[in-house]
Design a protein around this ligand. Structure first.
Ligand SMILES: [Zn+2]
Length: 254
C-alpha cells in the first residue's frame, strides 16, 4: 500500500507531447516573458496563440506566473477552452481566449492583462482613445465590458464560456476591450502584433492620464490618422518584437 501511494505521489500529471511548430511555442514563451518585462503581465494574466493546424484550438501555459513559463508548461486547449489530454491545472480565465478565437476568425493571438494603467478607463466616463501614433489601433476608442450587466453576482473573472462569449461580443471589431474593475483583453493577427498592441495600449493609458492633468481638451488622433498610422505600424511590428524577444530570451538563459 505504501509503495502504491509513493508511486502515485511520484506519478507526474499527464502531459502530452505537442504537435505544434516549435518556433511558435518558443515565440509564445517569449511573449510571456516580454509582457512580464514590460509590466503588462505580472504574476497574473496570460497570452495565447491559435493553433496553425487546428484553427479551433489554441496554445497557452498551464496556470503559472508568465515570467516563469517555459515550453514544457504550454498546453493545447480545445474549442471549449479545456486542455486537450493534459491533466495539469489550466488558467481559470481560459474562456477569454477560446471565445475570442471562436468569434473572431481574424484573431491569431490574445493577451489578457490586469495592467493598473488601464483600470481608470474602465471605471470612469473617460473613454480610452489614441493620444499618439503608436496606439493608433485604438482609433475607434476602446469599448468597456461591464460584467455586472451580464451577471449581477460575479467575482469579476471570466470563468465560463458564457462570460467569454459576452466579452468577445463586447470587443466587436476592435483590438482591445477594457474590463470594468479588472483589466483588458487585446487581440492581434500574430504574437508580435498582440504584444505590440498590449504594450502600447498600456503606454497610451499612461499618456492619456497625464494629458488629462494639463490644459485641455486633449487632441486625439482622428479616425483617418488612426487608420493610416495603423497600416504603417503593422508593417514594422517585427522591429520591437526582435528587440524584446532578444531581451526576453537572455532572461531565459540566465
Ligand atoms: Zn483577469
Amino acid at each position: 500500500m505504501q509503495e502504491k501511494i509513493a508511486k502515485e505521489i511520484r506519478m507526474p500529471a499527464r502531459k502530452p507531447a505537442l504537435a505544434a511548430n516549435p518556433d511558435l511555442l518558443m515565440d509564445l514563451v517569449a511573449a510571456n516573458r516580454i509582457l512580464a518585462m514590460e509590466g503588462v503581465l505580472d504574476a497574473y494574466g496570460h497570452v495565447s496563440v491559435r493553433s496553425e493546424r487546428k484553427p479551433g484550438h489554441f496554445y497557452m501555459s498551464r496556470s503559472l506566473a508568465p515570467p516563469l513559463v517555459k515550453i514544457a508548461d504550454i498546453m493545447e486547449h480545445g474549442p471549449d477552452s479545456e486542455p486537450v489530454g493534459d491533466d495539469r491545472k489550466p488558467y481559470l480565465e481560459r474562456f477569454i481566449h477560446g471565445e475570442m478565437y471562436r468569434q473572431r476568425p481574424d484573431v491569431m493571438a490574445v493577451v489578457h492583462s490586469h495592467s493598473g494603467s488601464v483600470i481608470p478607463f474602465g471605471i470612469t466616463r473617460g473613454k480610452m482613445r489614441p493620444v499618439y501614433h503608436m496606439a493608433s489601433f485604438l482609433w475607434s476608442g476602446a469599448p468597456v465590458f461591464d460584467i455586472r450587466k451580464v451577471q449581477p453576482e460575479n467575482d469579476l473573472l471570466i470563468r465560463d464560456g458564457k462570460l467569454g462569449r459576452e466579452l468577445a461580443k463586447a470587443i466587436g471589431a476592435c483590438a482591445c476591450v477594457l474590463m470594468r474593475g479588472h483589466g483588458m483583453t487585446v487581440v492581434g493577427d500574430s504574437l508580435p502584433e498582440v504584444v505590440f498592441r498590449s504594450v502600447y495600449t498600456q503606454m497610451n493609458a499612461k499618456l492619456q492620464t497625464l494629458a488629462a492633468q494639463l490644459e485641455g481638451p486633449i487632441e486625439f488622433l482622428s479616425e483617418i490618422e488612426g487608420k493610416l498610422a495603423t497600416a504603417t505600424n503593422r508593417a514594422t511590428v517585427e522591429r520591437p518584437w526582435e528587440l524584446w524577444k532578444a531581451k526576453a530570451m537572455a532572461t531565459l538563459k540566465g
